[in-house]
Design a protein around this ligand. Sequence first.
Ligand code: SER
Length: 324
Amino acid sequence: MTPKTAQEIRSAFTSFFSERGHAVLPSASLIPRDPTVLFTVAGMVPFKPYFLGEETSPHPRAVTVQKCVRAGGKHNDLDEIGRTRRHLTFFEMLGNFSFGDYFKAEAIDWAWEFTTEGLGFDPDRLWVTVHHRDDEAAEIWREAAGVSPQRIQRMGEDNYWRMAETGPCGPCSEIFFDKGPEFGPDGGPAHGGEDRYLEFWNLVFMQFDQRPEGQVPLPEPSIDTGAGLERILTLIQGVESVFDIDEMVQLVGEASSVTGVKLGASPHSDVTLRSLAEHARTTAFLISDWVFTSNEDRRIGAMCCAASCAGPSAGPICWASPRR
Ligand code: SER
């Protein structure tokens, strides 16, 4: 049985990687203990000290379902909300991580196995991209995973992932699902457009620390992957956008009933209804992690330490921060 609901997908993902030696860790707080990002923008953020070699992870491999918010700084999707079918400021990221343990071969192999067997996606509808200089990743996709060379495309900066202006980074490889010709022209993710070819999983081959003065190699090559739960649900539930998945559709309906504006009344009001629903969801998760509004600085609520150290959002790394 392939998973259908959000909870089934979360648990299929963590079980798959747990069976392959990964420690299953809880989501960390949306408040990072790192000044380079406003919020936790990806599953790797809590693990930055492990990638940089500043701390040693108790587990060489980990798997998480991480709460993320992209609403500020380098990763900021605020202006896309309601205008595209795929962006959310709050989303859940399914990620498997290697801290100096396995590298490209295992990351690619397992991503392909989980996508095609775990999620049951038809391999003929999948495309992958690699960084234009990453011959090794292209070869693993072709030889080990068996992806047809026509469906492996090379891209430039889009296939190089950075946490922020500084910090861990490296070439990446993305997996896309072809939603079909009704969503745009042919040509694969490099030419066919992002509505048709939906990127749902990014595998980052972490190799460098970006510093203000330039890049230095990480102590050990590492793996950081992230798959968007809501995007996977869009594909599994066969709906048009992330606003149509069961987790979102009720919130959009609520925005419509509160405002008295019907979905479909106009393209402009649809963007507004989706934004209301989306921002309410994001705000609820931020408040539950003790984020308060301020016009001065990034501040952390007075009860934040107790809440995030003892509560369900406790992360693998303690988020207690002296910045108060
Ligand atoms: N850090 C990468 C991303 O956010 C993979 O998770 O896309």
